[in-house]
Write a protein that binds this ligand. Structure first.
Ligand SMILES: CC(C)(COP(=O)(O)OP(=O)(O)OC[C@H]1O[C@@H](n2cnc3c(N)ncnc32)[C@H](O)[C@@H]1OP(=O)(O)O)[C@@H](O)C(=O)NCCC(=O)NCCS
Length: 190
């Protein structure tokens, strides 16, 4: 049986399991030790009121976090864990280069900062439970934002994330703009 509920703090340990299963190491947060990842997801959840957890046979199998300003949660996380985050950068220096490029050249890539248009900040599905988890989560997110009178939303995806790009393109998203590492996609609900 499949059910979807608003994400609660108690889901986070299972969400960490899904996060580590589904995101490859090209994603910065997939390299966080579990305690740091939990703090990241806790801070994000606080700034993402449109967040849902999917359960299959009572087991967490996917999640989506979204809101109007998820970057507030990211800033809060960095403020609380600055030294741990810096240590991850030094352990995986390729992310230092990426961050510098982002700061120098992609200042206008503001997909995660628009206060008028909701953003999906993270979505992930258990890769071993193939029941259309991603689309079910997207449907719940869309139903929620419609009730709040939003009819467009956005997200960013890494250019090398072929699976997610295919998923978005077959589900009605179109590409708005491009940074050196990511694409910004938008979906209209009108
Ligand atoms: C992007 C992502 C969330 C998409 O979720 P998804 O559940 O794979 O996508 P869908 O909802 O379209 O489900 C498709 C899969 O469910 C299967 N499926 C089974 N029953 C189904 C049903 N009733 N309806 C739809 N699909 C069904 C499909 O065959 C397909 O499996 P396959 O990938 O083995 O072909 C997922 O790929 C993911 O977690 N990726 C890693 C994390 C990530 O990159 N997130 C995005 C960051 S921007």
């Amino acid at each position: 049986m499949i059910s979807i509920r608003t994400t609660i703090g108690n889901d986070l340990d299972d969400i960490i399991r899904i996060h580590l299963l589904s995101f490859d190491k090209s994603h910065f947060s997939a390299n966080f030790p579990p305690k740091l990842l939990k703090s990241y997801l806790e801070c994000l959840l606080k700034s993402c009121p449109f967040s849902f957890t999917l359960l299959s046979d009572n087991k967490v199998a996917g999640y989506i976090f979204g809101g109007l300003n998820p970057s507030v949660g990211v800033k809060d996380f960095i403020r609380k864990n600055l030294w741990e985050v810096i240590s991850v950068f030094f352990k995986y220096p390729r992310f230092i280069k990426e961050k510098i490029i982002e700061i120098l050249f992609d200042k206008d890539f503001k997909v995660k900062n628009s206060k008028e248009i909701p953003t999906v900040y993270i979505i992930a599905a258990d890769p071993f439970v193939r029941i259309g988890i991603g689309i079910k989560l997207i449907n719940s997110f869309e139903m929620k934002i419609r009730t709040e009178n939003f009819f467009e939303y956005r997200l960013a995806v890494r250019k090398d994330n072929d699976k997610a790009i295919k998923f978005y393109e077959r589900n009605g998203f179109h590409r708005l703009f491009t940074s050196r590492t990511s694409y910004c996609y938008s979906k209209s609900l009108r």
